[in-house]
Design a protein around this ligand. Sequence first.
Ligand SMILES: *Cc1c(COP(=O)(O)O)cnc(C)c1O
Length: 230
Amino acid sequence: MIKENIELVQEKIRLACQRAGRQEQEVTLIAVSKTKPLSMIEEAYRAGMREFGENKPQELRDKAKLMKEPVRWHMIGTLQSNKIKYVTGTACLIHSVDSVNLAKSIEKEASKKDLIMEILLEVNIAEEETKHGFSVDELLSAIFELSQLPHLKIRGLMTVAPYTENAEENRIYFRKMKELLVDINAKNIDNVCMDTLSMGMSSDFEVAIEEGATMVRVGTGIFGERNYLQ
Ligand SMILES: *Cc1c(COP(=O)(O)O)cnc(C)c1O
């Protein structure tokens, strides 16, 4: 089942790239394995997946410890300062950096461990009250400030688009994200060269790819529905 799901998602990625005139290799598929057991992650690994996303720091750390195969872990969920230690040195990329203070705490932790942590800045592109992330207005000054920190590397931007039944409704937000990335890169800020746009989930990753996503985060579409009550 997982193998078939992955193949289906990969085929949709191929077609979306074709429609947009993009190369398939420009898009990384991240299998979002939150709440799912290691056995399912291993099954996805055998089907070729090498990138996995988790939204809870301890769950990411625990699964990373148990997983024998070499894979890359992405931290995609809300991160509290006291839990940064679980993901620095374990995750290859933190997608969900939503404040300057959090970024500074990551800098401190990365400095302690003598490593450089790659991060994305989460943008609340639809200005939803319930969502985390920088507003478009705050973003530039945050990037100026964070680009000075020696143990952080800002790789790009991430967003969680609004929940909708109709993926087309999110096209405008994905397009704005791409424009934002291009605009910021055009400013030639020292130490800032952003190449990553993490956007698109099971319900809207094809539209996100058409608008320039370089990473899509797909959970349900690969592993099936999640049961949060178990
Ligand atoms: C759970 C989650 C996803 C995957 O969602 P699906 O709709 O199951 O594909 C993607 N991004 C983030 C930040 C998530 O928390």
